[in-house]
Design a protein around this ligand. Structure first.
Ligand SMILES: *[C@@H]1O[C@H](CO)[C@@H](O)[C@H](O)[C@H]1NC(C)=O
Ligand SMILES: *[C@@H]1O[C@H](CO)[C@@H](O)[C@H](O)[C@H]1NC(C)=O
Length: 377
Protein backbone atom coordinates (compact mmCIF):
# COMPACT_ATOMS: atom_id res chain seq x y z
CA UNK A 1 0.00 0.00 0.00
CA UNK A 2 2.84 2.33 0.92
CA UNK A 3 4.23 2.11 -2.57
CA UNK A 4 1.16 4.03 -3.85
CA UNK A 5 1.96 6.94 -1.55
CA UNK A 6 3.99 9.00 -4.00
CA UNK A 7 1.31 8.59 -6.70
CA UNK A 8 -1.57 9.99 -4.66
CA UNK A 9 -0.86 13.66 -5.54
CA UNK A 10 -0.57 12.65 -9.17
CA UNK A 11 -3.90 10.79 -9.06
CA UNK A 12 -5.51 13.80 -7.38
CA UNK A 13 -4.08 16.09 -10.04
CA UNK A 14 -5.48 13.84 -12.73
CA UNK A 15 -8.93 13.77 -11.11
CA UNK A 16 -8.90 17.55 -10.82
CA UNK A 17 -7.95 17.86 -14.46
CA UNK A 18 -10.74 15.55 -15.66
CA UNK A 19 -13.31 17.20 -13.40
CA UNK A 20 -12.65 20.75 -14.56
CA UNK A 21 -11.90 20.79 -18.25
CA UNK A 22 -12.54 23.97 -20.19
CA UNK A 23 -15.71 24.15 -22.26
CA UNK A 24 -13.74 24.15 -25.49
CA UNK A 25 -12.17 20.76 -24.78
CA UNK A 26 -15.11 19.00 -23.25
CA UNK A 27 -16.62 16.16 -25.23
CA UNK A 28 -20.33 16.16 -24.57
CA UNK A 29 -22.62 13.22 -25.20
CA UNK A 30 -26.36 12.54 -24.99
CA UNK A 31 -26.06 10.01 -22.15
CA UNK A 32 -23.25 9.36 -19.70
CA UNK A 33 -20.79 11.52 -17.78
CA UNK A 34 -21.37 14.69 -19.77
CA UNK A 35 -24.90 13.72 -20.82
CA UNK A 36 -27.67 16.20 -21.46
CA UNK A 37 -28.57 16.72 -17.80
CA UNK A 38 -24.95 17.83 -17.21
CA UNK A 39 -24.62 20.09 -20.27
CA UNK A 40 -25.50 23.26 -18.35
CA UNK A 41 -22.57 22.69 -15.95
CA UNK A 42 -20.15 23.15 -18.82
CA UNK A 43 -22.27 25.22 -21.20
CA UNK A 44 -24.29 27.69 -19.09
CA UNK A 45 -26.70 28.63 -21.90
CA UNK A 46 -27.99 25.03 -21.92
CA UNK A 47 -29.62 25.95 -18.59
CA UNK A 48 -31.35 29.01 -20.07
CA UNK A 49 -35.07 29.72 -20.17
CA UNK A 50 -35.52 29.68 -23.97
CA UNK A 51 -34.14 26.26 -24.84
CA UNK A 52 -34.99 23.83 -27.63
CA UNK A 53 -36.50 21.44 -28.51
CA UNK A 54 -40.02 21.87 -27.11
CA UNK A 55 -43.25 19.92 -27.06
CA UNK A 56 -45.77 21.94 -29.08
CA UNK A 57 -49.18 21.70 -27.43
CA UNK A 58 -51.40 22.74 -30.31
CA UNK A 59 -54.26 24.00 -28.14
CA UNK A 60 -51.83 26.44 -26.53
CA UNK A 61 -50.38 27.77 -29.77
CA UNK A 62 -51.41 31.22 -30.95
CA UNK A 63 -52.54 31.73 -34.53
CA UNK A 64 -50.58 34.51 -36.20
CA UNK A 65 -52.05 35.36 -39.62
CA UNK A 66 -48.93 37.45 -40.31
CA UNK A 67 -46.71 34.36 -40.60
CA UNK A 68 -45.85 34.01 -44.29
CA UNK A 69 -45.20 30.70 -46.04
CA UNK A 70 -41.56 29.67 -45.67
CA UNK A 71 -39.75 29.98 -49.01
CA UNK A 72 -36.61 27.92 -49.63
CA UNK A 73 -34.32 29.86 -51.97
CA UNK A 74 -32.13 27.97 -54.42
CA UNK A 75 -32.68 24.66 -52.62
CA UNK A 76 -33.22 22.90 -55.95
CA UNK A 77 -30.35 24.64 -57.77
CA UNK A 78 -27.56 22.49 -56.43
CA UNK A 79 -25.36 22.70 -59.53
CA UNK A 80 -22.55 20.22 -59.98
CA UNK A 81 -20.53 21.00 -56.86
CA UNK A 82 -20.63 17.92 -54.58
CA UNK A 83 -21.93 18.17 -51.03
CA UNK A 84 -19.69 17.19 -48.13
CA UNK A 85 -21.04 14.55 -45.75
CA UNK A 86 -19.41 14.52 -42.32
CA UNK A 87 -19.79 12.33 -39.23
CA UNK A 88 -18.93 14.70 -36.38
CA UNK A 89 -19.50 12.11 -33.64
CA UNK A 90 -22.88 13.66 -32.71
CA UNK A 91 -24.70 13.48 -36.03
CA UNK A 92 -24.17 13.38 -39.79
CA UNK A 93 -23.86 16.82 -41.37
CA UNK A 94 -24.16 18.04 -44.96
CA UNK A 95 -22.67 21.48 -45.60
CA UNK A 96 -24.86 23.61 -47.83
CA UNK A 97 -23.70 26.08 -50.49
CA UNK A 98 -24.16 29.74 -49.55
CA UNK A 99 -26.46 30.48 -52.48
CA UNK A 100 -29.15 28.51 -50.71
CA UNK A 101 -31.26 30.54 -48.35
CA UNK A 102 -34.59 31.12 -46.70
CA UNK A 103 -37.26 33.74 -47.37
CA UNK A 104 -40.52 34.54 -45.60
CA UNK A 105 -38.78 35.76 -42.42
CA UNK A 106 -38.10 39.37 -41.38
CA UNK A 107 -34.54 39.02 -42.70
CA UNK A 108 -32.81 37.04 -45.41
CA UNK A 109 -31.13 33.91 -44.07
CA UNK A 110 -28.30 32.00 -45.76
CA UNK A 111 -28.10 28.20 -45.56
CA UNK A 112 -25.17 26.67 -43.64
CA UNK A 113 -25.76 22.96 -43.08
CA UNK A 114 -28.32 20.25 -42.41
CA UNK A 115 -28.19 17.27 -40.09
CA UNK A 116 -30.36 14.55 -38.55
CA UNK A 117 -31.43 13.35 -35.11
CA UNK A 118 -32.68 9.81 -34.51
CA UNK A 119 -33.33 7.12 -31.91
CA UNK A 120 -32.43 3.44 -31.59
CA UNK A 121 -35.60 1.41 -31.23
CA UNK A 122 -37.03 1.45 -34.73
CA UNK A 123 -40.41 2.96 -35.63
CA UNK A 124 -42.55 4.54 -32.89
CA UNK A 125 -39.76 4.58 -30.31
CA UNK A 126 -38.86 8.25 -30.46
CA UNK A 127 -35.86 9.86 -32.06
CA UNK A 128 -37.14 13.32 -32.99
CA UNK A 129 -36.27 16.32 -30.86
CA UNK A 130 -39.50 18.29 -31.14
CA UNK A 131 -42.82 16.75 -30.23
CA UNK A 132 -46.37 17.76 -31.08
CA UNK A 133 -48.96 17.18 -28.35
CA UNK A 134 -46.53 14.92 -26.51
CA UNK A 135 -45.96 12.77 -29.56
CA UNK A 136 -42.42 12.33 -30.87
CA UNK A 137 -41.57 11.31 -34.42
CA UNK A 138 -38.97 8.69 -35.40
CA UNK A 139 -36.33 11.20 -36.53
CA UNK A 140 -35.88 14.88 -37.31
CA UNK A 141 -34.08 16.85 -40.01
CA UNK A 142 -32.70 20.32 -39.25
CA UNK A 143 -31.76 22.79 -41.98
CA UNK A 144 -29.66 25.56 -40.40
CA UNK A 145 -29.40 29.14 -41.75
CA UNK A 146 -27.82 32.32 -40.41
CA UNK A 147 -29.10 35.88 -40.63
CA UNK A 148 -26.91 37.21 -43.45
CA UNK A 149 -28.58 40.62 -43.40
CA UNK A 150 -27.41 41.39 -39.87
CA UNK A 151 -24.26 39.25 -39.47
CA UNK A 152 -21.19 38.50 -41.61
CA UNK A 153 -21.02 34.74 -40.97
CA UNK A 154 -22.36 31.79 -39.04
CA UNK A 155 -19.98 32.11 -36.08
CA UNK A 156 -20.89 35.75 -35.59
CA UNK A 157 -24.63 35.06 -35.94
CA UNK A 158 -24.92 31.94 -33.78
CA UNK A 159 -24.55 33.79 -30.49
CA UNK A 160 -27.00 36.56 -31.38
CA UNK A 161 -30.75 36.76 -30.88
CA UNK A 162 -32.39 36.36 -34.32
CA UNK A 163 -29.02 35.13 -35.58
CA UNK A 164 -30.18 31.73 -36.86
CA UNK A 165 -33.24 30.24 -38.54
CA UNK A 166 -33.65 26.47 -38.41
CA UNK A 167 -36.27 24.41 -40.23
CA UNK A 168 -37.43 21.38 -38.23
CA UNK A 169 -38.86 18.48 -40.25
CA UNK A 170 -40.40 15.58 -38.33
CA UNK A 171 -39.77 12.19 -39.92
CA UNK A 172 -42.08 9.21 -39.45
CA UNK A 173 -41.88 5.64 -40.73
CA UNK A 174 -44.22 4.18 -43.33
CA UNK A 175 -44.34 1.63 -46.10
CA UNK A 176 -42.76 3.59 -48.91
CA UNK A 177 -39.12 4.46 -49.48
CA UNK A 178 -38.48 8.20 -49.68
CA UNK A 179 -35.96 8.49 -52.55
CA UNK A 180 -34.92 12.00 -51.50
CA UNK A 181 -33.50 10.68 -48.22
CA UNK A 182 -31.49 8.01 -50.05
CA UNK A 183 -29.34 10.88 -51.36
CA UNK A 184 -27.96 11.05 -47.81
CA UNK A 185 -28.60 7.60 -46.34
CA UNK A 186 -26.92 5.66 -49.17
CA UNK A 187 -23.57 7.26 -48.24
CA UNK A 188 -23.64 6.78 -44.47
CA UNK A 189 -21.49 3.64 -44.72
CA UNK A 190 -18.67 5.86 -46.03
CA UNK A 191 -18.57 7.93 -42.83
CA UNK A 192 -19.19 5.23 -40.23
CA UNK A 193 -16.63 6.62 -37.79
CA UNK A 194 -16.49 10.03 -36.15
CA UNK A 195 -14.44 12.66 -38.00
CA UNK A 196 -14.85 10.91 -41.36
CA UNK A 197 -15.91 13.02 -44.30
CA UNK A 198 -16.77 12.26 -47.93
CA UNK A 199 -18.10 14.14 -50.94
CA UNK A 200 -21.42 12.99 -52.32
CA UNK A 201 -23.36 14.02 -55.43
CA UNK A 202 -25.36 17.20 -54.87
CA UNK A 203 -29.14 16.82 -54.84
CA UNK A 204 -32.38 18.77 -54.56
CA UNK A 205 -32.58 19.73 -50.86
CA UNK A 206 -36.19 20.89 -51.22
CA UNK A 207 -37.22 17.29 -51.94
CA UNK A 208 -36.45 16.50 -48.27
CA UNK A 209 -39.04 19.03 -47.08
CA UNK A 210 -42.77 18.40 -46.66
CA UNK A 211 -45.08 19.61 -49.46
CA UNK A 212 -46.98 22.00 -47.23
CA UNK A 213 -44.64 24.85 -46.28
CA UNK A 214 -47.54 27.11 -45.27
CA UNK A 215 -48.52 25.37 -42.05
CA UNK A 216 -45.87 25.50 -39.35
CA UNK A 217 -45.12 26.41 -35.72
CA UNK A 218 -42.80 29.31 -34.94
CA UNK A 219 -41.02 30.08 -31.69
CA UNK A 220 -37.78 31.53 -30.33
CA UNK A 221 -35.40 28.88 -29.07
CA UNK A 222 -31.87 27.55 -29.10
CA UNK A 223 -29.36 25.20 -30.63
CA UNK A 224 -30.31 21.71 -29.41
CA UNK A 225 -26.65 20.80 -28.77
CA UNK A 226 -24.00 22.53 -26.64
CA UNK A 227 -23.33 25.40 -26.40
CA UNK A 228 -27.17 25.75 -26.72
CA UNK A 229 -27.06 29.40 -27.81
CA UNK A 230 -30.51 30.96 -27.62
CA UNK A 231 -30.26 32.40 -31.09
CA UNK A 232 -32.70 30.35 -33.18
CA UNK A 233 -35.95 31.35 -34.85
CA UNK A 234 -37.53 27.92 -35.11
CA UNK A 235 -39.90 26.78 -37.85
CA UNK A 236 -41.39 23.35 -37.15
CA UNK A 237 -43.51 22.11 -40.03
CA UNK A 238 -46.93 20.71 -39.26
CA UNK A 239 -46.66 18.11 -42.04
CA UNK A 240 -44.33 15.20 -41.34
CA UNK A 241 -42.28 13.50 -44.03
CA UNK A 242 -42.20 9.75 -44.34
CA UNK A 243 -39.34 7.31 -44.87
CA UNK A 244 -39.35 3.51 -44.90
CA UNK A 245 -38.48 1.26 -41.99
CA UNK A 246 -35.32 0.17 -43.84
CA UNK A 247 -34.27 3.80 -44.22
CA UNK A 248 -34.82 4.47 -40.52
CA UNK A 249 -32.76 1.37 -39.69
CA UNK A 250 -29.85 2.66 -41.79
CA UNK A 251 -29.93 5.93 -39.88
CA UNK A 252 -30.03 4.17 -36.53
CA UNK A 253 -27.45 1.43 -37.03
CA UNK A 254 -24.71 2.41 -39.51
CA UNK A 255 -22.86 5.21 -37.72
CA UNK A 256 -20.48 5.23 -34.76
CA UNK A 257 -19.84 8.09 -32.38
CA UNK A 258 -16.36 6.70 -31.82
CA UNK A 259 -13.37 7.41 -34.04
CA UNK A 260 -11.90 4.72 -36.30
CA UNK A 261 -8.76 4.46 -34.14
CA UNK A 262 -10.74 3.97 -30.93
CA UNK A 263 -10.81 0.31 -29.88
CA UNK A 264 -14.35 0.39 -28.45
CA UNK A 265 -16.92 1.08 -31.10
CA UNK A 266 -19.86 3.12 -29.91
CA UNK A 267 -22.98 3.24 -32.05
CA UNK A 268 -24.22 6.76 -32.78
CA UNK A 269 -27.79 6.43 -31.53
CA UNK A 270 -30.39 8.39 -29.57
CA UNK A 271 -28.77 11.69 -30.52
CA UNK A 272 -31.81 13.72 -29.57
CA UNK A 273 -32.30 16.13 -26.70
CA UNK A 274 -35.38 15.83 -24.49
CA UNK A 275 -38.00 18.58 -24.76
CA UNK A 276 -37.32 21.69 -22.72
CA UNK A 277 -39.76 23.85 -20.71
CA UNK A 278 -41.45 26.62 -22.70
CA UNK A 279 -41.37 28.96 -19.69
CA UNK A 280 -42.64 32.39 -20.75
CA UNK A 281 -42.61 31.63 -24.46
CA UNK A 282 -45.51 31.45 -26.89
CA UNK A 283 -45.51 29.08 -29.86
CA UNK A 284 -47.19 30.74 -32.84
CA UNK A 285 -48.90 28.82 -35.61
CA UNK A 286 -49.19 30.01 -39.19
CA UNK A 287 -52.63 28.39 -39.46
CA UNK A 288 -55.85 28.55 -37.51
CA UNK A 289 -56.00 25.89 -34.80
CA UNK A 290 -59.83 25.95 -34.65
CA UNK A 291 -60.37 24.74 -38.19
CA UNK A 292 -57.48 22.31 -37.77
CA UNK A 293 -56.51 22.95 -41.34
CA UNK A 294 -56.31 25.79 -43.79
CA UNK A 295 -58.95 25.55 -46.50
CA UNK A 296 -57.92 25.35 -50.13
CA UNK A 297 -59.51 27.73 -52.65
CA UNK A 298 -61.54 24.78 -54.00
CA UNK A 299 -62.92 24.05 -50.57
CA UNK A 300 -63.74 27.73 -50.04
CA UNK A 301 -65.63 27.79 -53.39
CA UNK A 302 -67.51 24.63 -52.42
CA UNK A 303 -68.50 26.14 -49.08
CA UNK A 304 -69.62 29.43 -50.68
CA UNK A 305 -71.72 27.57 -53.29
CA UNK A 306 -73.11 25.31 -50.58
CA UNK A 307 -74.10 28.25 -48.40
CA UNK A 308 -75.68 30.05 -51.39
CA UNK A 309 -77.68 26.95 -52.37
CA UNK A 310 -78.75 26.60 -48.76
CA UNK A 311 -79.94 30.22 -48.65
CA UNK A 312 -81.82 29.89 -51.94
CA UNK A 313 -83.41 26.65 -50.74
CA UNK A 314 -84.42 28.25 -47.46
CA UNK A 315 -85.87 31.26 -49.30
CA UNK A 316 -87.93 28.94 -51.53
CA UNK A 317 -89.23 27.02 -48.51
CA UNK A 318 -90.08 30.23 -46.61
CA UNK A 319 -91.85 31.62 -49.68
CA UNK A 320 -93.82 28.39 -50.07
CA UNK A 321 -94.85 28.45 -46.42
CA UNK A 322 -95.86 32.11 -46.60
CA UNK A 323 -97.81 31.49 -49.79
CA UNK A 324 -99.53 28.45 -48.29
CA UNK A 325 -100.51 30.39 -45.19
CA UNK A 326 -101.79 33.26 -47.34
CA UNK A 327 -103.72 30.80 -49.52
CA UNK A 328 -105.44 29.25 -46.54
CA UNK A 329 -106.14 32.66 -45.02
CA UNK A 330 -107.66 33.86 -48.31
CA UNK A 331 -109.61 30.62 -48.64
CA UNK A 332 -110.95 31.12 -45.13
CA UNK A 333 -111.87 34.74 -45.87
CA UNK A 334 -113.54 33.74 -49.14
CA UNK A 335 -115.57 31.03 -47.44
CA UNK A 336 -116.72 33.51 -44.83
CA UNK A 337 -117.59 36.05 -47.51
CA UNK A 338 -119.25 33.43 -49.66
CA UNK A 339 -121.19 32.16 -46.67
CA UNK A 340 -122.27 35.67 -45.75
CA UNK A 341 -123.34 36.30 -49.34
CA UNK A 342 -124.92 32.90 -49.67
CA UNK A 343 -127.12 33.13 -46.59
CA UNK A 344 -129.41 35.91 -47.83
CA UNK A 345 -129.37 34.25 -51.23
CA UNK A 346 -130.60 31.02 -49.69
CA UNK A 347 -133.45 32.93 -48.08
CA UNK A 348 -134.25 34.46 -51.45
CA UNK A 349 -134.08 31.05 -53.07
CA UNK A 350 -136.50 29.66 -50.51
CA UNK A 351 -138.89 32.55 -51.14
CA UNK A 352 -138.51 32.15 -54.87
CA UNK A 353 -139.13 28.42 -54.50
CA UNK A 354 -142.20 29.08 -52.51
CA UNK A 355 -143.35 31.63 -55.05
CA UNK A 356 -142.53 29.37 -57.97
CA UNK A 357 -144.16 26.42 -56.33
CA UNK A 358 -147.31 28.38 -55.78
CA UNK A 359 -147.35 29.65 -59.36
CA UNK A 360 -146.45 26.28 -60.78
CA UNK A 361 -149.15 24.72 -58.73
CA UNK A 362 -151.55 27.13 -60.31
CA UNK A 363 -150.12 26.70 -63.78
CA UNK A 364 -149.86 22.91 -63.51
CA UNK A 365 -153.21 22.37 -64.94
CA UNK A 366 -152.70 24.44 -68.12
CA UNK A 367 -149.22 23.50 -69.26
CA UNK A 368 -146.33 21.24 -68.15
CA UNK A 369 -143.89 23.78 -66.74
CA UNK A 370 -140.12 23.25 -66.86
CA UNK A 371 -138.41 22.40 -63.65
CA UNK A 372 -137.96 25.60 -61.67
CA UNK A 373 -134.45 24.53 -60.66
CA UNK A 374 -133.20 24.64 -64.26
CA UNK A 375 -134.05 28.29 -64.36
CA UNK A 376 -131.66 29.00 -61.54
CA UNK A 377 -128.53 30.87 -62.65
C1 LIG B 1 -16.94 36.08 -38.85
O1 LIG B 1 -17.12 37.46 -38.71
C2 LIG B 1 -16.40 38.02 -37.62
C3 LIG B 1 -16.83 39.48 -37.50
O2 LIG B 1 -16.70 40.17 -38.73
C4 LIG B 1 -14.92 37.84 -37.87
O3 LIG B 1 -14.17 38.39 -36.80
C5 LIG B 1 -14.61 36.34 -37.99
O4 LIG B 1 -13.26 36.14 -38.31
C6 LIG B 1 -15.48 35.71 -39.04
N1 LIG B 1 -15.35 34.28 -38.94
C7 LIG B 1 -15.22 33.51 -40.00
C8 LIG B 1 -15.14 32.06 -39.72
O5 LIG B 1 -15.18 33.94 -41.14
C1 LIG C 1 -38.84 36.33 -30.76
O1 LIG C 1 -38.27 37.36 -30.01
C2 LIG C 1 -38.36 38.65 -30.60
C3 LIG C 1 -37.66 39.63 -29.68
O2 LIG C 1 -36.31 39.43 -29.77
C4 LIG C 1 -39.80 39.03 -30.81
O3 LIG C 1 -39.88 40.27 -31.47
C5 LIG C 1 -40.47 37.98 -31.65
O4 LIG C 1 -41.84 38.28 -31.76
C6 LIG C 1 -40.30 36.62 -31.02
N1 LIG C 1 -40.85 35.64 -31.92
C7 LIG C 1 -41.62 34.63 -31.52
C8 LIG C 1 -42.08 33.69 -32.58
O5 LIG C 1 -41.94 34.47 -30.37
Amino acid sequence: MDSFGPFIPLILMFLQWTAAPTAGEITWTYAGLVGQSEWSEYFPECGGTSQSPVDVITTKTRYNPGLLPVTPLGYSQHGNTPFSLHNNGHTVVIELPDWMGLGGLPWLFTAVQMHLHWGSGGPSHGGSEHAINGQSADAELHVVHYNSELYPNMSAAMTQRDGLAVLGILIVTGEETNPAFDNMLNYLSRVRHADQKVYIPAFDVQSLLPNDLERYYRYNGSLTTPPCYQSVIWTLFHERVQISKAQLLKMETILYSSKSEEPDRMLLQDNYRTTQPLNHRVVFSSFSAESGKKLSSGEVTAIVIGVMCGCVGLAVIVRFIVKTIRFFKLLHLETVVVNRIKEPEKEKEKKQDVALNSTSAAEKKEEPSPSPQTAEP
